[in-house]
Structure formats: C-alpha cells, structure tokens
Design a binder for this molecule. Structure first.
Ligand SMILES: [Zn+2]
Length: 257
C-alpha cells in the first residue's frame, strides 16, 4: 500500500505539542514533513515562547524573534504555528496552562498528537508532556471548554518523542515502540531546523562547529541504524485506557514492498 492511499477524506490533522520553539523540528520534524507530504494538515504548538534563548537580547525581543523563526519553519510544510506564551523554565502543570492547552486542542481537533517524553531531561518538556496528555484526553468532552466542538473531535493517537539523546533523566536508554524512516526527508528537516537561526548561531559560536544541525543528524543516524535505514525518528506510543492502540505511524509509513 502506498502512503497516499491511506489519506482519509476527513482531512486529518496532526498537532506537535512541544515546549519551546525548535523542539518540534528537533524531535519530530521529519515525521511532520512526511505527514504533510501525504496530505495531513500540520500544527506546531509551543507552550513557552523561547524567551530565554538568548545571551544578549531581552526576553520580549528574543520571544518575538523566535516566534518568527518558528513560523518560518512551520511554513515550509504549510503548518500553522501556535504559541501559548508561557515563560521558558516556568512551564507548569496548573489550571490556567491546562485550559490554554484544552482550548488549543479544541481549535485544532487533532487526530494525531506528538509531544515530549515524560522522561525528558528538561522540566518544561516533562510538564508539556503531561499537559499534552491531559488535554488530549479531555478536549473532546463537551463541557470542558466553551469553544465549539469540531466534528471528529475524539481522543487522538498520541506518541511521545525521543527524549534528548534517547535517554531518560537518569541516563537509561528509552525503548521506542515505533520508528519513522526519515532518510528521504532528513535535509528538509535540517532546513526547518535551520530556520531557528538565533539558536544555531550561538551554538556555532560556542562550539565552533554547526552543532545545532550536527547533533540532530547524529541522533537521526543512531535511530536509523537500529532499523537499517539512514535516518529515523523514534517514538513511544501512549496506549493507555481510551487511547487508540493501533500503531498509526507504523501503518502510515510501512515500507512499500
Ligand atoms: Zn525545549
């Protein structure tokens, strides 16, 4: 079966629910490119604005620059960028933030959600993972938000991206349930990531090499080697009560014989 044959007429939407501008491109950009190529409408959301991502500029100026970079990257796959405008380092699981997340899910009505691993090194990522999990479960309940309920709203397929370096906060490797071959779209993923010039520049100045893109390529190759392809992204599927348990990503991107 070819990828295109699986596209349903219902115009499926994927939401990458991440903490900071550039996280979607780092952790699941290749998968988003592949989904967009088979007709999925992509949405990239960040809970925080990226305001700590500069050594020299003010929080407001940094956030404004990073929002523009995120919009540029999203535009490469005709995706929509959303920012919930929390502060870097202070993403918490509380009522106001969860309400913002539920309302975002109401507007997007995603069939597929990609979010951070709850075993990530960075607490903003961990909190975003919990927020994404809670919002995905709640948003289709009629009374949970005053925003209209879009047709097709339901508990979506949900996957956790790799934590950074594929290890949990204690250094133990995370065992993926699902791999997506991104060999053919690795350079497009790199171009999306390169839109985040503010982050790439200071890492390049600090390391003296293009570490921003090099680290992404190293990780993609490491995951690729595990399934005998050039480059891959790895995920753990959320299969708890009420969530669809069939492996949608594996079904969408099963290699053609
Ligand atoms: Zn991040």
């Amino acid at each position: 079966m070819k990828d295109a044959e699986i596209v349903s007429a219902e115009h499926p939407r994927v939401l990458a629910m991440m903490a900071h501008p550039d996280d979607a491109e780092i952790f699941c950009g290749g998968t988003l490119v592949r989904l967009a190529r088979i007709g999925w409408e992509a949405h990239i959301a960040t809970v925080a604005a990226g305001d700590c991502g500069s050594m020299t500029e003010s929080p407001a100026a940094t956030a404004a620059r990073r929002a523009e970079e995120a919009r540029q990257a999203a535009a490469m796959i005709q995706a929509t960028y959303h920012c919930l405008d929390e502060r870097d380092g202070f993403v918490v699981y509380d009522k106001p933030t969860l309400r913002k997340c539920v309302d975002l899910f109401r507007r997007v009505a995603p069939r597929l959600v990609l979010t951070h691993s709850a075993d990530d090194y960075m607490m903003d990522h961990v909190m975003t993972s919990l927020l994404g999990r809670a919002a995905s479960f709640l948003y289709a309940a009629p009374n949970v938000s005053s925003l209209p309920l879009a047709p097709g709203s339901q508990v979506p397929h949900m996957y956790y991206c790799d934590p950074i370096e594929g290890v949990d906060p204690l250094g133990s490797p995370v065992e993926p349930t699902t791999y997506v071959d991104i060999s053919a779209v690795l350079e497009e993923k790199a171009r999306m990531l390169a839109c985040h010039a503010s982050q790439r520049e200071w890492l390049r100045a600090h390391h003296g090499t293009d570490e921003y893109l090099d680290a992404m390529r190293r990780h993609a190759r490491m995951r690729g080697r595990q399934i005998d392809v050039e480059a891959a992204e790895a995920f753990v599927q959320h299969r708890g009560h009420a969530y669809p348990r069939n492996d949608l990503l594996a079904e969408l991107f099963r290699p053609t014989p």
